[in-house]
Structure formats: C-alpha cells, structure tokens
Design a protein around this ligand. Structure first.
Ligand code: SF4
Length: 291
C-alpha cells in the first residue's frame, strides 16, 4: 500500500509512543459501510497494524499481547476494561472470567481442552504463582497445579509457612496444550492479557514465575533460568490497570517449575533459595518442625 511517507512516519512514531507507555492493545472500530473504500485515510489502520508488526520484530522489549483475531488500529487505544474502578477483587475477577467466556481466541480451544483453567486462590493474595499452562489433571479438574507437580507446589507453599488457599495460582495459557507441549508464542500472547488483568486486580506483593515459559512471557526477556533467577524484578502487568491508582506494581521472582523439579530433584535446593528470597521480602517464617 502506498501512503504519504510523512503520514507513515507519524503513524510509526505514534505506535512506538504507545509501546513505550506500555500500551500494546489496539482495537479497530468497525467502520460504517460507507467508509470501507480504499482511500488513503481508510488505509491508515491497516498500515498501523503493519507498522506495529514491524516494530514488534525490531523491539527487544515485551512482545505485543494483541490477539491475532483482533484487528488493530492506533486510532482506538486500550478500551478500558470492565473491571476498572471495581475495588472488590472477587467481583473484578468474576468480570474477567465473564469476558473470557467460552474462549476461542487461540487454537488451543480446539485442540482437546476439556475446560478453561482460569486460576484459583485468594483474590487478595500477597503471593501469586504463575505457571505455563494446564496439564491433563488440571484440564480434568479445572484447577491449576492439581497433579503431581501441584502436590510439589503445595509442599513448597507449605514450607514457606503458608497454605495453598492463601495464595493465587494461575497460568500463562488457560487451556491445555495437546500432549503437554509448550504453548506457542502467539497462544501466550493471546491468552496472557487475561492473566495481566488478574494480576492487576489481585495486586499481589510478589509474583513467582514457575519455569522459563512463565518467566519469559511475564518479563518479555529471553534469558536462561540461571540468568533469570536469584533477583527481584519490578513488574507492572502490561496493558492492564489496577483500580487502585496508588498501586505501583509488584515484585517478580523466578524459580523452577515443579514439574522440572520432579524430573531433576537435585534442583530443589536452588528452588528453596528462590522461595527463601520471597519469604524474606514478605516477612514469612518457615513453620516450626512440630507444626
Ligand atoms: S488458551 Fe487462552 S486464549 Fe487460548 S482459547 Fe484458551 S482461554 Fe482462550
């Protein structure tokens, strides 16, 4: 499509500006039928989407959380989510679940999922765990981390001196990838905006990313686990806004996925170091031996 280079540059600058603000969701307002011809101005939304796609490739920072089924435009930016302004996290999470609906936004909806695994736990949790995606047990029961890896996660939580029901647990993708394969990048990008909204509503003090897939998707960093672990990151959920204007985001720590620890138990000591770092930050004490 040919377009005035001046306008093209201005659109690119505009998209880049919104990316720098942390806004990645662009929506295209349906045009009245009378305006669906091919004039230069009507072509601008399509061009903006193209430019955004180019920028996405050249930017090392967070990848867009844009659903591939959503048409993009710079002219209508980040429609306020329905939970904004709702201070009760239970009600706000309910709204996010309603928005998710019987989701068909990515291909995982037609690859054998039994149900959507939204997330579970305390809507006011100070600590949140985020894994990769549901497995077979989670798909059957509709709850994250209920299989063998879930049992290990429960033990890790218990070792921290808290209970499973004290924390909130969710995944990057909410439907089971077939054969427990790693979720594809576009599936993560399509699903994770709902997780971002959940985090913004719960406002935990710490998010623990379980495994490389969760860590890389949350942090938009391509690094090894040894590079990602052992420190806190300042984390603000991309594209989501808390109803509490004073909330400045959360700390994020990375540790091994419990499924990995089941395969390589020698790394449990390393995971425990990560959890101890989180415990120090939250002022948690491990339970006494007799408890
Ligand atoms: S994984 Fe997420 S985006 Fe994909 S179909 Fe399931 S709920 Fe929808």
């Amino acid at each position: 499509m040919s377009l005035d280079p001046e306008l093209r540059r201005a659109l690119a600058q505009c998209v880049r500006y919104y990316h720098e603000l942390g806004i990645y969701d662009f929506y295209r307002r349906a045009a009245p039928e009378s305006q669906t011809d091919t004039s230069a101005v009507d072509g601008a939304p399509v061009l903006a989407a193209t430019l955004q796609s180019e920028l996405r490739e050249e930017m090392p920072a967070r990848k867009s959380a844009v659903s591939p089924v959503v048409e993009e435009s710079i002219f209508e930016v980040a429609t306020p989510k329905r939970e904004y302004g709702i201070t009760d996290p239970v009600a706000a999470l309910k709204i996010i679940r309603e928005d998710l609906g019987d989701c068909t936004r990515c291909r995982l909806h037609q690859q054998g999922r039994k149900q959507i695994v939204f997330g579970v736990g305390n809507p006011r949790a100070e600590l949140m765990f985020v894994g990769e995606g549901p497995g077979a047990d989670e798909d059957t029961q509709g709850e994250p981390f209920v299989g063998r890896a879930g049992q290990l996660l429960n033990n890790m939580i218990k070792a921290m001196g808290i209970r499973r029901e004290d924390v909130y647990i969710a995944n990057i993708v909410k439907c089971r990838p077939p054969g427990n394969r790693t979720p594809e990048r576009d599936e993560c990008e399509t699903c994770s905006p709902f997780l971002m909204r959940q985090i913004a509503v719960i406002k935990p003090k710490v998010v623990v990313a379980l495994g490389a897939v969760a860590a890389k998707n949350l942090l938009a960093m391509n690094a090894s686990m040894s590079e990602l672990r052992g420190r806190f990151y300042d984390f603000i959920p991309a594209g989501a806004r808390s109803s509490d204007p004073t909330w400045q985001g959360t700390k994020l720590a990375v540790t091994y996925h419990p499924a990995f620890l089941l395969r390589d138990p020698r790394q449990k000591g390393e995971a425990w170091k990560d959890l101890q770092m989180v415990m120090r930050f939250l002022g948690l004490e491990p339970p006494k031996k007799s408890e």
